[in-house]
Design a protein around this ligand. Structure first.
Ligand code: DAH
Length: 337
């Protein structure tokens, strides 16, 4: 009876002070348990009965003490959040905020765009998925051409292809704007590559095209030299060697003397030269695909390896950092507050 009454009282006690009230009620100086024996006439009890009575009373006290202790603990724990609720302390120093950074490839791209804009080139955006015609045929790479093997890539289920280069935009732009034309097309490209410090399956190029009357190799070299000296802000050594690309005739490879090793040869460049800008005079077939009168106009084109350019410019020795998603790489390009 008394036990149950105690349990009921404790169940209703939700704060430590209420538990204390219950303790006083049962075990206090005038408590129900303390005074349990008050009305008992011990003289009427046998020795055996006295002993039993004492034992019961002790058990009752122990029971009450245990339940009270449990309840005290429970309500104390329960009331903790109220006591420790975090408060706003305006005197604590702040954690500061981190600054986002522009991706190094993007930085090089923006720089290129402004140099080219200064030379009267338009900057055009372009799709990453191309038709087979756009990616290959329009730039004079028919289905049986061996150059297709060099640009093995990712085919989409709708027979489109993730572009292997930005060259398809030459014909797209000529059809849209006609000649004369000066423009660049920066963008992401994809190839089925085995990955190493200088090859990635996803990389950036910046295609360029200039079509006008009497365009010659001299114009091409002039534009390339202007570009590289502005980008590297110093004299750089370049070399031109013959190169083959189906969409230019003649075609060249413009190599940059390695800025890491000064041309001695290192893991990034190999033999001291970085293949940077393939280029050439636009093949008449490409101009024809673009609907340009080849008796009047000629042109030059180039495909700058934006990713490689960023590696050179910022001293990034491994191409895999670019797409790694490792913020420690990008953080280094954040402005310091
Ligand atoms: N599209 C070529 C590639 O990705 C690069 C290229 C070479 C572009 C010569 C050009 C060019 O415009 O003239 O390998």
């Amino acid at each position: 009876m008394l036990q149950q009454q105690l349990l009921d009282d404790l169940a209703a006690a939700s704060a430590p002070e209420q538990v204390e009230q219950v303790r006083i009620k049962y075990l206090g100086r005038k408590g129900l348990i303390t005074n349990y024996a008050k009305d008992t006439d011990f003289s009427k009890l046998s020795a055996e009965e006295k002993k039993n009575f004492g034992q019961k009373l002790n058990e009752l006290k122990a029971f009450a003490a245990e339940k009270l202790a449990e309840a005290a603990e429970k309500t104390a724990a329960h009331s903790l959040p109220a006591v420790r609720r975090p408060t706003l302390d305006l005197t604590v120093p702040g954690t500061g905020s981190t600054l986002g950074a522009m991706h190094p490839i993007r930085m090089v791209q923006l720089e290129l765009e402004s140099v080219f804009e200064g030379m009267g080139f338009t900057v055009l955006d372009s799709p990453e998925a191309e038709t087979e015609y756009g990616n290959f045929e329009s730039v004079n790479i028919p289905a049986d051409h061996p150059a297709r093997d060099m640009q093995d890539t990712f085919w989409l289920q709708n027979e489109m292809v993730l572009r292997t280069h930005t060259s398809a935009n030459q014909v797209r732009a000529l059809r849209r704007f006609g000649a004369p034309f000066r423009g660049i097309f920066p963008g992401r490209c994809f190839r089925y590559e085995s990955i190493d410090p200088s090859h990635e399956n996803t990389f950036f190029q910046c295609e360029g095209l200039m079509v006008d009357e009497n365009i010659s190799v001299a114009h091409l070299i002039g534009v390339m030299k202007t570009l590289l000296s502005k980008i590297f802000k110093r004299d750089v050594k370049v070399r031109l060697r013959p190169g083959f690309f189906p969409f230019v005739e003649p075609g060249f490879e413009l190599d940059l003397n390695c800025l890491f090793c000064g041309g001695k040869g290192c893991p990034t460049c190999g033999d001291g030269w970085i293949e940077l800008i393939p280029c050439g005079l636009t093949h008449p077939k490409v101009l024809e695909h673009g609907g340009v009168d080849t008796s009047k106009y000629s042109g030059f084109a180039f495909g700058i390896g934006l990713t490689r350019l960023a590696m050179m410019k910022y001293g990034i020795r491994d191409i895999r950092y670019f797409n790694s998603g490792d913020v420690r790489v990008l953080e280094q390009f954040a402005a310091v507050i």
